[in-house]
Design a protein around this ligand. Structure first.
Ligand code: 3HC
Ligand code: NAI
Length: 700
């Protein structure tokens, strides 16, 4: 856990817990030992650094589900701070959370300019628990601390020097620490003994506003702000006691559990355990179609350093696509996301043309053309004729059958779905669709691409809408039923916003356009169970030209193209449709709206899991949070479902099924879970991808 050595009166302690030097019980105990060792050896200084890629990534979050065991980090750090031996933090790589708190307790801090220092605890639903909220404001002032701790942001070593979070910069912090003059060290006042300086109420107010905008519904940022305020009015010891009490309380709460679950799910998603094939080396990507999605995908690829050949149908479309990408680049530069040099580099790696032969060197080709089986099949025929024989082919289809697309290829094993979300250069989620014949190489290439694009990959089997859009379709269907039976769109939206969605289902539809879902329903007309209850209200909206924001009128009205307002005509329209359908509408409470919509999604997601479309429940959590606005602090749909409990879900679904068996029949997954007493998230969480055929055979 620690590597220890000494040279003369200098001690060297290295944190050693690969891969990120997370600080767990053993390391805390070893640090405490090291303090005693340094004192007993009568050392003059200890230079503390991290082994491997960084200093320390913070407390070991996997311990947070268990009772805290001594020695506790705040006590260890108080020992370091008060020790007669001066400890110097020599920081390279990350010093995050508890890692940064160790540095704060040291007498002196030297960092590499490219080090990453910060306090991401609020992202895990907690606050710093080892003195961060009390020592940091004493060291850098309250205002600077407010910009770090409640936001969870980290900063580079060079910026940390500007706010005096570190004392010096060096490419070789350990050597620098050896050179520090002993008298300086003697004079350096421990951060805990400093004064926080003046705290202005407007700085706190601004921080509170920022937190509620950026992390809506989450309590940790506001609590962190209160603790920073406390630092100005109390002494270190009392402040630390309050901080520790708060940290432990938050750590056990539902919010922190949910955020922790997502933290580990996000990390787990990046490392598929069963795909061992080597990915294709991709340097050039062909993107076919430069509309909404194609332009965004091209931008994301360019931003990852790849060359892009963009193919369009005619010169005008080439021109439109190029100018969309040019605009994206310019606006990124304006927002400071890329430099002028980077913009120029990205632009120079783009070529746009109608000539498919230009794709002859592409190791990966992805189509984002119209959502039509015929158009997509034709595009792949043309691609097959030009790209290298081992190039991977990908479709960005939202709903079409990837197996059917693959069936039109000479080599169906090289096709995968790469389902990006709009805007493709911002949204983190990437559904990687595995067709029945998709090769491991194609899948591995999808994963490698996700990594270079910094996306969160989730593998989905083939079904209508894959994981995310299939759940979305059921959500909307359940909402439409409530609409018909008694609520207005804005009442349903309000209920889901109260649950934590930034936007309810109707406001969201207005944003994406009602025509997309309408086209999808028409595609499903042939296969829909004729006995399934069908709500025609959305069709009528489309027939009346109410397509959402794009027509300034949808479920809401958008006078002047912005700012949504309630439209009484929609209420009339809904009432009329209910009369046509012979439905006696009645008031439905907000909680009932929430209950039904959530249960509808949970049941659909359970079927997705049961059928092996999703490999594990945490993948569904990632999809719902990163693609569909499910509130992050609830941990994703399946984690939330577990908080309700399998038996309760089964009971409620059975009650609803008595009303409408087709819509609400409980997924077979719940009976199995109830019998085996397993939570949803734990069910086959280690299921290898290769076993998905076994899972498919379970389909009931
Ligand atoms: N606790 C436990 N495990 C951690 C961890 C932590 N704090 N940080 C990272 N890990 C694990 C990951 O789960 C992953 O494990 P796996 O290989 O089994 O999947 C492994 O370390 C590597 O992590 P990444 O895949 O994320 O590696 P990257 O190189 O992409 O990123 C990182 C490294 C920037 C350090 C990133 O992991 C990170 O941001 N970690 C979280 C940092 C954090 O939140 N620290 C605060 C913890 S709370 C705290 O310190 C409380 C204190 O105030 C008392
Ligand atoms: P879009 O209509 O904005 O763009 C489609 C583009 O494809 C047009 O520029 C068109 O000129 C071009 N095109 C059509 N046929 C072509 C051909 N044979 N060769 C080259 N270019 C051709 O459509 P959008 O929204 O970008 O959707 C594209 C695909 O992405 C669809 O399959 C859609 O389902 C999917 N998708 C869309 C999402 C969205 O939010 N819009 C999200 C995720 C997937």
């Amino acid at each position: 856990m620690l590597l220890r050595s000494k040279k003369g009166r200098y001690g060297y302690v290295q944190l050693h817990n690969p891969p990120v030097n997370a600080i767990g019980r053993e390391m805390r105990a070893a640090l405490l030992d090291a303090v005693e060792w340094a004192e007993s050896e009568n050392l003059e200084r200890v230079i503390l650094s991290g082994e491997g890629h960084g200093f320390a990534a913070g407390a070991d979050a996997s311990e947070f589900d268990y009772a805290p065991e001594p020695p506790h980090l705040p006590d260890v750090l108080t020992r370091i701070e008060k020790s007669a031996v001066h400890w110097i933090a020599a920081i390279h790589g990350v010093a995050l959370g508890g890692g940064a708190e160790i540095a704060l307790a040291c007498r002196y801090r030297v960092a590499r300019p490219d080090a990453q220092i910060g306090f991401p605890e609020v992202i895990l639903g907690v606050v710093p628990g080892a003195g961060g909220t009390q020592r940091l404001p004493r060291l850098v002032g309250v205002k600077a601390a407010l910009s770090l701790i409640p936001t969870g942001k980290s900063m580079r070593g060079s910026d940390a020097l500007n706010i005096r979070l570190v004392d010096a910069l060096s490419e070789d912090p350990v050597s620098y620490a050896e050179m520090i003059n002993s008298e300086w060290l003697d004079m350096a006042v421990p951060s805990g003994e400093l004064n926080t300086g003046e705290a202005r109420e407007e700085d706190f107010e601004e921080a509170r506003k920022f937190a509620s905008r950026k992390m809506p519904g989450q309590s940790a940022p506001a609590v962190a702000i209160d603790l920073l305020a406390l630092a100005s009015t109390t002494d270190l010891e009392e402040g630390m006691l309050e901080e520790r009490r708060t940290f432990l309380h938050l750590r056990e709460g539902t919010e922190a559990k949910a955020l922790r679950h997502l933290f580990f799910a996000e990390r787990g998603a990046k490392k598929p355990k069963t795909i061992t094939a080597k990915p294709m080396d991709v340097a050039t990507v062909a993107v076919v179609g430069g509309g909404t999605m194609g332009a965004g995908i091209a931008y994301a690829m360019l931003n990852a350093g790849l060359h892009v050949v963009l193919l369009e149908t005619d010169p005008d479309a080439v021109e439109r696509a190029s100018s969309s990408i040019g605009n994206l680049l310019a606006s990124s530069q304006k927002r400071g996301l890329i430099s002028d040099q980077e913009r120029q580099g990205m632009w120079s790696r783009l070529s746009a043309t109608t000539d498919y032969a230009a794709a002859s060197k592409a190791e990966l080709a992805i189509e984002a053309v119209f959502e039509s089986m015929d158009v997509k099949r034709e595009v792949f025929k043309k691609l097959e004729a030009v790209v290298p024989r081992d190039a991977v082919l990908a479709t960005n289809t939202s709903y079409l059958d990837v197996n059917e697309i693959a069936a039109g290829l000479d080599d169906p094993t090289r096709l995968i779905g790469l389902h990006f979300f709009a805007p493709a250069y911002i949204m983190k989620l990437l559904e990687i669709v595995r067709g029945d014949r998709t090769s491991d190489t194609a899948l591995a290439t999808g994963y490698a691409l996700a990594k270079s694009l910094r996306k969160i990959p989730v593998v989905s089997g083939v079904c209508d809408g894959f994981i995310g859009n299939r759940i979305l379709a059921r959500y909307r269907e359940a909402a439409d039923t409530i609409l018909m039976d008694g609520s207005n769109p804005w009442e349903i939206d309000e209920a889901m916003e109260d649950f934590g969605y930034a936007m309810g289902p109707y406001a969201a539809q207005d944003l994406s356009g009602l025509d997309i879902a309408h086209a999808n329903r028409r595609r499903q007309d042939l296969t829909r169970n004729p006995l399934r209850r069908y709500i025609p209200i959305a069709d009528r909206m489309v027939n009346e030209g109410r397509l959402g924001r794009k027509t300034s009128v949808g479920w809401y009205r958008y006078p002047g193209g912005n700012g949504k307002v309630i439209d009484p005509l929609v209420e009339d329209l809904v009432r009329e449709e209910a009369r046509f359908a012979g439905v006696a509408r009645c008031e439905i409470a907000g909680e009932e709206v929430q209950r039904r919509l959530l249960l509808a999604m949970i049941n659909e997601a359970a079927n997705i899991l049961w059928e092996g479309i999703a490999e594990k429940a945490s993948d569904i959590d990632l999809v719902t949070v990163h693609g569909y606005g499910f509130p992050r602090n609830r941990g994703g749909l399946m984690h939330y479902a577990d908080t309700l409990g399998v038996r309760k879900i089964l009971e409620e679904l059975s009650t609803l099924a008595a009303e409408d068996k087709i819509a609400w029949e409980p997924s077979p997954l719940f009976s199995e879970l109830a019998t085996t007493n397993t939570s949803i998230v734990d069910w086959r969480s280690e299921m290898p991808a290769a076993n998905s055929t076994l899972m498919r055979s379970r389909r009931g």
